[in-house]
Design a protein around this ligand. Sequence first.
Ligand SMILES: [Zn+2]
Ligand SMILES: [Zn+2]
Length: 319
Amino acid sequence: MRRGMYVYAWDLWQEGTAAVTGRLRDAGLNAVSLATAYHAGKFLRPHAPGGKVWFPEDGTVYFRPDPTRYGRLQPQAAAMVAEYDALPALARDAGDFHVTGWTVGLHNSRLGALHPDLCCQTPFGDPLINALCPSQPEVRRYLTALCLDTAAQPGIGEIAIEAPGFQTYRHGHHHEFELIALPEAVETLLGTCFCAACLVRIKAAGLDGDSLAGQARRDLEAFFADGAAPVLNPQTDPDWRALQACRADTVTSLVAEVRAALTPAVCLAVIPSVQTPNALCWREGSDLAALAKVADRLEMPAYQTGPAAIAQDMDQVRA
Ligand SMILES: [Zn+2]
Ligand SMILES: [Zn+2]
């Protein structure tokens, strides 16, 4: 059985690859999932020998990418990679470990800020720079290239894509301000993309994207005006259910494209949601049953505290 831990390159670098993996081995672990493409954050590190807090560079990768694989969306290695390249170090010091390249996919504010035309938008057309849009052909090309590039690094046995598709309006951006409570339906509508590439897919699904976007704008404007206006339920309204199915197909087909492009020797896992509970993953375009068919496995995060809450969530996931 594989028992692994999520690890970060900066911890391996500063504590020592052999020291960290030795400790994991002593604890009975035989796998690591290394963040090979990752977002910003602020990490408290109780074990770190030097500084205790680390701010990773936003939207960077922890290997040396091959720029010729990519189009407009070019990955950037974190500055620390010049001094420490984690995957060759793991292959050298922990060759007995199974290594997964934990790949944050379409959540990349660095690339989003550079290319707002490839981002998801609100129904009002505001680019959400934290979220690259999975309907955009250039974004699909980027994710496939990123996974192939990562798979070509030393020792990689698996790629695990986190954020393979759409993201909800809220995501934990720096100082996200609303100052009003956003009901679930409002947050869903605000985070529903009708960019040109989405409209093409929506039309191909036999839906009228312009009319759905107009409906979203009207309901959101009414809510913004008095905070009480009822808004349509995007989970139960028939047209919106069809739209959710179209969005799910956008994400499932993207994962299938990555799987088809990857060498069969490398497994493909999908972390389909960052929602709590996971049942809210439909808002990200994640259809768990469909994703389980095109990926080799799903990796479900459990952000709850305590076994009871986690067990309940996992029961829902299995259903
Ligand atoms: Zn983020
Ligand atoms: Zn879009």
